[in-house]
Write a protein that binds this ligand. Sequence first.
Ligand SMILES: NC(=O)c1ccc[n+]([C@@H]2O[C@H](COP(=O)([O-])OP(=O)(O)OC[C@H]3O[C@@H](n4cnc5c(N)ncnc54)[C@H](O)[C@@H]3O)[C@@H](O)[C@H]2O)c1
Length: 392
Amino acid sequence: MTTPLLSLTWTDHITGRQGFLVVDRLVRGVSSGGLRMRPGCTLDEVAGLARGMSMKEALHYNPESRYVPLGGAKGGIDCDPRDPEAYGLLVRYLQTMRPYIESFWTTGEDLGLAQDVVDRAAAEAGLVSSIQAVYPLLDDEAGARRRLADAFAVQVDGIGLDELVGGCGVAESVLMALDRAGVPYWRTRVAVQGLGTMGGATARFLTRAGLTVVAVADIKGTIANPAGLDIEALLAARDAYGTVDRAALRPGDRELPGDAWLAAEAEVLVPAAVSYTIDATNQERITARWIAEAANMPVRAEAEELLAARGVTVLPDVVVNSATNAWWWWTLFGDIGADADEAFTHTRRSMRALTDRTLARAETEGTTPRAAAHALAADRLLMIAERFGQHR
Ligand SMILES: NC(=O)c1ccc[n+]([C@@H]2O[C@H](COP(=O)([O-])OP(=O)(O)OC[C@H]3O[C@@H](n4cnc5c(N)ncnc54)[C@H](O)[C@@H]3O)[C@@H](O)[C@H]2O)c1
């Protein structure tokens, strides 16, 4: 494990709250990684996420693409996004980080922060854009920015394309795992923790592929129905933080405690909310065969070992949830246009290939898919360094 290039803790002079920035590495002088806001966020967590970003970037390296992966980074702010102080804190954080964002850190939405909030706060902090550091790498900056703005304006059945591509990628990883195991979609049940950007879109794509979502959890608790939930109705009943209005529940739906999703009778679990949600103790309650990490770091290492020993496969975050980040760059660098069908087709193809390669390597080498993904990322980082030189 390498030491990050930059790691800093900021204390807000007004509220005394803390924010963090970790830049794991630079490629061609630039790094990429979202900004999260949650109470209890720590520097360690942000460092782990930044390392994960380096891998997510590298895993999508394709010598034929216009997009060349960037280095990995992450920002974090220790605050509840619903706190009245949250927005001012975000603006002051971005003001302080401005020199880094202007020169080498591209950022965007992550847990607790929607892209429009990040954009508004970035403008208030005097930034051109939260991804301006990448502009010098573009051939046609104006065209590229227009294409990305147009892509952000695309909506599909009431949800923005930017909020759908990530879940499209998660769903495709799950479908690939089922295909490799010869398990039919229609017989596959799914439980999801978190019905925000990632969980919501994953639930939509898996339902549309023929799977049955039997449980979803949000911050208020679990909603379950063994016969299947009406996902579109639940999606339409969410507030801006991904909390479902319980008035939308149908007669067969039941309200259960927050951790009930974990033990739902389902073949696939999709943790899509917070980090460290599955630990050595609660993993015992899991009966699913696959866990697809839509969230970052939801499964603790000790839990993963115990799960692997009893045949539960964890599809790792660096693979499974990597599509949102890649989609930004595919669009900006011009591998795809501002079009939903093109975005979904490209996402599906890339995620299918990446998941297949990861699972095949794990099988051949007798490792977990996570170890296989890390090995793949290391290989690609070498290829990138050979082509562009080692930037630190
Ligand atoms: N948004 C992205 O593009 C993106 C991309 C890659 C990875 N991720 C990761 O996915 C995860 C979710 O991100 P998001 O953007 O979808 O977040 P979000 O803020 O849009 O939604 C979070 C959801 O989780 C629920 N939730 C929060 N705490 C919970 C708890 N303790 N128990 C149950 N439910 C809880 C919320 O009610 C909400 O439904 C994070 O780990 C994030 O880092 C996000």
